[in-house]
Structures are given as C-alpha cells and as structure tokens.
Design a protein around this ligand. Structure first.
Ligand code: SF4
Length: 320
C-alpha cells in the first residue's frame, strides 16, 4: 500500500492565529475566558481549549457582563460589537483578516448604493457576520445566494448596480458557475479585486484534487460541520476518487481500502496536524511496509496577532 500526503494541509494562517489568540488571552486574562462560537470548526481544537479553560458560547447573552470574550475566526456583525460595548465586555477579535477583507467589501458596496449578493451558505456563521456589515435600513438590497438557481432568480431594483462577495471557504468551481449566471444577468456585476475564496481554501482544494487523481481512496481529516472540510470532500469526489471525511483516525473503516493500492491523506484548514499524524500511525499499524510520499509544497503564510490590550482597556473601543 502507498500513502500520499498532500501539501499544504491542515491549519491555515487564520486558524493558527485564532487558536494562538485564545491561548494568549487565557495567559493574559485568565479564566473565565469566553469564546463566541467554536473558534474554528473542529471538535478536537475546541475540546483542547475547553480543557485549558475557554468557555464556548453561541451568543453574547451567555457571557456575564464585564467578562473577557474572544470573537471566532469566522467574524461577527457590527451589531455584536455594539452589544459587547453596551455590556462592557473585554473583546479580543480573532476574525481572520481575510474574512475582515470581505466585511470591508460589503461596506464599500453598501456605501455605493449597490445591491450586494453574498454567495455562501445561509445560516453559516461567517455569512451571518458578513451580511451584518450591510446597513439594516437597506437590507432589501442584500441577498444570500446559495445556488445557480437562486442566482437565476434573484431580483434587484437596479440591475446595473449589483456587486457580489463570497464566503471564504466555498468550492471555487461552484462559485465560478454561480458568478457566470449572475454575470449573464447583470453585465455590470462588480466582484472582489482578488478572490474572496481564501488562499488556504484554494490550496487545499487543489491538493485534494491532485490526490484524487493519483490515489484510489482519499481521506480528508475534518469535520462535517466545517464548510472547508465538506468542500474538500466534494472536490475530491468530483475528481473521481472515493473520499472519506474523518474527524479522527478511529473512524477509519479498513473495508474502504479493500480494492485500493494507494491512499491519499489531507486535512482541512481547521484540522490539527496531530490528527494527521495519528491517522498515519493507524494506517502504518495496518500496513507496516506502507510506502510514504508527499505531493505539493507547504504554505509559508502567517498573520500577525492583534494587539492584546491589558484587561483595563476594552479592545471593543478600538474597533469603533
Ligand atoms: S480558511 Fe481562509 S478565511 Fe478561513 S480562517 Fe483560514 S485563512 Fe482565514
């Protein structure tokens, strides 16, 4: 049996930064430290930070007045910041800079009076945060588009003033098809200067496609509730391989490899390398002479941490 590991794989710079922020906040501000929403969509990461003292909540209402709270990598709407200020919460923002870029695009389009089409999954926490950056009084000009059908049906008051942004973790191919439909209907459609689908999503999708073309079975370490994990599974399947999404190596069923001679292994942007190593270990225990190779080059991207202000100064005020 041959094992091919994809590069890059696992944590992206935004996830790495978000986890570092929670760890640093625990050191600086101590417990209790609240984190609004799973800091990244991975149970192992959340469990580990919970053991270190982080308390994960879905809503600010669960955070006692005056507490320290971290906003997750997925970003939040300005209304959440306003609520945090009212409650005198000490906020540390772990929003990925690439999600923050999309927020700025939405605000820019709103100022220009354009209808904004947010290509993404309705109800996904990142999409909710992004939509929140559109002014409430103009919400009729904002639409979430999930499919080509919705792109074909959306109605806007001024077809020559339409812009789109996207969730950062979508499939490049799906977005391209949706944008094609929109552009046919709205020739003056304005899009992002550089793709909203982030570099990490693109690189991991390219990696899983290459694995799928080369290997009989592909394992993606990731979670079913993680958008970037699910898109990697779909991209691999479209490229022709049997793809299995596993949250940890215990989920491997060796029947999957009954007719296989090669296994591809990769991990989504929210999956820690320790799980990849444990997966390799499990495969090696089954095939002691497993031949290993890698495909692609690792990423060398990192994002700066935000200034972690002392507890007395509310970071919420920095954000205006
Ligand atoms: S997947 Fe992309 S947008 Fe999301 S946290 Fe990672 S780098 Fe940021």
């Amino acid at each position: 049996m041959e094992l091919v590991l994809a590069n890059p794989r696992g944590f992206c710079a935004g996830v790495d930064r978000a986890i570092r922020i929670v760890e640093l906040a625990l050191e600086l501000y101590g417990r209790p430290l609240y984190v609004r929403h799973a800091i990244v969509h991975n149970r192992h990461v959340v469990d580990e930070l919970s053991r270190a003292g982080a308390i994960f909540v879905e809503s600010l209402e669960e955070v006692p007045d005056g507490s320290s709270v971290v906003f997750s990598a997925h970003g939040v709407a300005p209304g959440v910041w306003a609520a945090a200020r009212r409650r005198e919460l000490h906020v540390v923002d772990a929003t990925c800079p690439l999600v923050a870029k999309v927020h700025l695009e939405v605000e820019r389009h709103a100022r220009a009076g354009a209808s904004v089409l947010v290509i993404g999954h309705r109800g996904h926490v990142e999409v909710e945060g992004t939509c929140g950056h559109f002014p409430p009084h103009a919400r009729g000009l904002l639409h979430v588009i999930e499919s080509e059908r919705e792109a074909a049906e959306v109605s806007v008051p001024e077809p020559d003033r339409v812009a789109y942004v996207t969730q950062t973790t979508l499939s490049l191919d799906d977005v391209a098809r949706i944008v094609e439909v929109l552009r046919a209907r709205f020739p003056a459609l304005v899009g992002p200067r550089t793709d909203d689908i982030c570099y990490a999503t693109q690189n991991r999708q390219t990696g899983v496609r290459q694995l799928a073309q080369r290997c009989d079975v592909v394992l993606v370490v990731g979670a079913a509730h993680s958008s970037n994990s699910m898109r990697m599974k779909e991209v691999g399947e479209r490229a022709g391989a049997a793809v299995h999404l596993i949250e940890d190596p215990g989920e491997i069923d060796f029947d999957w490899f009954r007719h296989a001679r090669s296994i591809g292994l990769t991990a989504s942007a929210s999956a820690p390398e320790a799980l990849v190593a444990a997966t390799v270990e499990r495969l090696q225990a089954r095939w002691p002479d497993l031949a290993r190779s890698t495909l692609g080059e690792p990423e060398r991207i990192s994002f700066r941490l935000p200034r972690m202000a002392p507890r007395s100064a509310t970071v919420a005020s920095e954000r205006g």
